[in-house]
Design a protein around this ligand. Structure first.
Ligand code: AMP
Length: 435
């Protein structure tokens, strides 16, 4: 192909709202994801991995067509076979779909699953809000007992604390879809919103009949002011929902998990029932109203007792959460890990002279095979250049190989922190280097 046929070179910047994750930032993200999955595994949540894209109707029926995510933010496309597919904007609906597809609801319950991965929403990008972002989360399916709510919330709050963010847990109950409380309350709320219609921002006035609960999610000043005297669902819960909520609170107190009741918390997705919660930034100086804005939420979740049925499956009550890794990393600032420059490289093999290059590669390979993190020069650098590269790699040790060392089956081991050196037999190296 001629140069002129190629046209302009492609834009090398990633698409708007996305980023290229590269070291050292990518180390922080993968460490945090691992910490999350280990924390979740420690409570019996096994990893689940579903496709990056799903049939669009999984989100339309699962998350709900009137939700902002489904209505405005999905990356939906038609594939070459004419199917409508969507890049996953969230993972609860796909996980429930996967559980139903495998009939796990007929096996031992609850089914407890954990995930970490990218989600996609076409939102207006800003700090802490991207079009591809990373979530970790868990889902516990098959039990309607309040103990599951408490377990799930405690795990989220413990993980966030160990990730180094200071959070406030906001807690609410939004009643059960089938129960008299939700229906009765919605009537009251719509009446109230009708009275206030002139004071509502236009986008919210439109929601009064399509999705009145969602008006509480509004970031519009006018709407927030109009909501001052709105009835709260927590004052209208039916006996069953009220009892469930009370048990969840008692259990959280047992577990030492602090919370604030937030009767305006409704969460953005339609499938929630009963318990709804959000972990918001407690580090900032923001007032309570500002807190309900989405940007300072590290994550949240809730019960979704009707979701499996809306996907056409058996009844399968569930509860879970999703936490945004991008925001947790912003909130945590520099963590204790950040003074480690790079990844898990523990030793750097330095070759003195051309003859040492081959034995250096063999030695690095043997050490790697024994489970150590080892790097070496692949650019033909001078010894000085290799020592500099060793420092950059974050390795604790330089393993120096020259003619004398090779002849005696040894290496010079230098502690890159203290500068101390000693001669060590090659066969003893792996044991000495183990972190
Ligand atoms: P949601 O279920 O929509 O409340 O999302 C749960 C968490 O995922 C949020 O609290 C954020 O931490 C994170 N999140 C959601 N959307 C985005 C986004 N567009 N960019 C970055 N993080 C997001």
């Amino acid at each position: 192909m001629d140069d002129k046929d190629r046209g302009a070179p492609p834009d090398l910047a990633p698409p708007k709202g996305t980023t290229d994750l590269l070291p050292p930032e990518s180390w922080r993200v993968s460490r945090l994801a691992r910490l999350a999955m280990d924390t979740f595994a420690g409570a019996g949540y096994g990893p689940v991995d579903t496709p990056i894209f799903e049939h669009t109707e999984i989100f339309e029926r699962g998350v709900g067509a009137t939700s902002e995510v489904v209505g405005k933010q999905m990356y939906t496309f038609t594939d070459r076979g004419g199917r409508s597919l969507t890049l996953r904007p969230e993972l609860t609906a796909p996980v429930v779909r996967a559980v139903l597809a495998a009939n796990l609801q007929r096996g031992p319950l609850p089914v407890k699953l954990a995930y970490a991965g990218p989600m996609f929403r076409q939102e207006r990008p800003q700090k802490g809000r991207y079009r591809q972002f990373y979530q970790v989360g868990i889902e516990a399916m098959g039990s309607a007992l309040p103990a599951v709510d408490a377990e799930v919330i405690e795990i989220g709050s413990r993980f966030l604390a160990s990730a180094g963010v200071e959070t406030t847990l906001l807690l609410n109950s939004i009643g059960h879809v089938d129960s008299s409380c939700r229906t009765g309350y919605l009537k009251l709320l719509v009446e109230y919103l009708e009275e206030q219609r002139d004071r509502l921002a236009p986008v919210d006035a439109e929601r009064v009949h399509t999705n009145p609960l969602r008006v509480f999610d509004s970031k519009e000043e006018a709407t927030r002011a109009a909501l001052e005297g709105a009835p709260y669902i927590t004052d209208h819960l039916c006996d069953d929902c009220a009892k469930h909520f009370e048990s969840v609170r008692t259990l959280l107190e047992d577990l030492g998990v602090g919370y604030e009741l937030e009767p305006r918390l409704v969460r953005g997705l339609d499938y929630y029932t009963r318990t709804a919660f959000e972990f918001v930034d407690a580090g900032g100086q923001q007032g309570k109203a500002a807190r309900l804005g989405s940007q300072n939420a590290f994550g949240g979740g809730g019960r979704y007792d009707g979701l499996a049925e809306s996907l056409g499956g058996d009844a399968l009550p569930g509860i879970g959460f999703a936490l945004g890794l991008d925001r947790i990393l912003i909130g945590a600032g520099g963590g204790p890990d950040d003074d480690v420059a790079g990844g898990p490289v523990n030793a750097y093999v330095v070759a003195i002279g051309a003859a040492a290059a081959r034995p250096a590669l063999s030695l690095a390979t043997r050490l790697r095979a024994s489970g150590l993190g080892v790097d070496l020069d692949l650019m033909g650098r001078s010894v000085k250049g290799q020592m500099k590269d060793a420092a950059r790699s974050g390795a604790r040790w330089a393993v120096i190989l020259g003619d004398a060392e090779i002849a005696s089956g040894e290496s010079t081991l230098r502690d890159l922190t203290s500068g101390a050196e000693s001669r060590v037999a090659l066969e003893d190296l792996a044991g000495l280097l183990a972190p």
